[in-house]
Design a protein around this ligand. Structure first.
Ligand code: IPE
Ligand code: IPE
Ligand code: MG
Length: 267
């Protein structure tokens, strides 16, 4: 009880520092460090992934409370297939289990869930639950939760290039009609506004093939905390740090209330 109060006090201390007019609309997160967290405790890596799910729920709640409208998380990269089969299978099972358990609450909170990536290699049961979750929540408009699975930024860009080439060769579009807007609309993120903030946990300072197009002008926040230890307090620290940045977009001064102007949860 006393510990709970201490944590609440620490969170409140941060909350009062946050400018509610400048809360990022879209936050992307590379949830990293699950394996190291577990190994450091003498546990199998799978324990880190399980704990990571609990943290994800806490962060989604914190983001919603703050007024963010979109969270996009990196859950499984195209490169993660190179991991031992047992770990890959564990993760695939975990996605199905979590989705089955959480979809009711996600829907009740009027959150729209979308899976971004190439779903073809996943087992039938996972594909089915993904498809039913997406259709159940497709009209929800309070919050958008994007889950990137079997996702790779380069693969996404190549796919768009192919689609546009096909449209162009069939005469549907003219080559000189291809511009950033059209390219953006063909991305798996489907034209939603880019993340203003990217958070990566576990101290790694790389993008690892995540949202290569969409992160062009995002602010990057690296936390040394491993994802299973990340929490609302650490998330608020990231938001405060983001609010201290001078977003110039190549110009010489910040745009006022840039995030408010773009506030949306879907395209
Ligand atoms: C992130 O944690 C989760 C996934 C990539 C699925 P890791 O599993 O990469 O954990 P570390 O980086 O090995 O500690
Ligand atoms: C990025 O983390 C992918 C996910 C978080 C799903 P990784 O742990 O796979 O990335 P690297 O290997 O450190 O670049
Ligand atoms: Mg990792």
């Amino acid at each position: 009880m006393r510990l709970g109060k201490l944590i609440d006090d620490k969170i409140n201390d941060l909350l009062i520092k946050i400018d509610m007019q400048k809360v990022p609309n879209h936050v992307a997160i590379i949830m990293d460090g699950n394996g190291r967290w577990a190994t450091g405790k003498g546990l199998p890596r799978s324990f880190g992934h399980k704990q990571g799910v609990i943290v994800l729920k806490e962060i989604l709640k914190a983001a919603k409370n703050l007024g963010c409208k979109i969270i996009t998380v990196y859950a499984f990269s195209t490169e993660n297939w190179t991991r031992p089969t047992k770990e890959v299978e564990f993760l695939i099972n975990l996605f199905s289990e979590v989705l089955k358990n959480e979809i009711k609450e996600i829907h009740e909170e009027s959150t729209k869930i979308k899976f971004i990536g190439d779903l073809t290699p996943f087992p039938k049961n996972l594909k089915e639950i993904i498809s039913s979750s997406e259709s159940l929540t497709k009209n929800n408009n309070k919050f958008l939760f994007n889950v990137c699975v079997n996702y790779g930024g380069r693969q996404e860009i190549v796919k768009v290039a192919k689609q546009l080439a096909l449209k162009s060769s069939s005469g549907e579009i003219k080559p000189n009609e291809i511009d950033e807007k059209l390219f953006d609309s063909e991305l798996l993120t489907g034209g939603i506004k880019d993340p203003e903030l990217l958070i990566r946990t576990s101290g790694e300072k790389r993008i690892s093939n995540f949202l290569l197009w969409q992160l062009a002008y995002s602010e990057i926040y690296i936390s040394d905390v491993l994802w299973p230890d990340f929490n609302e307090y650490e998330f608020l620290k990231a938001i405060i740090d983001y609010q201290s940045r001078n977003r110039r977009f190549g110009g010489i001064e910040s745009l006022p209330n840039e995030s408010l102007k773009d506030s949306q949860c879907s395209s």
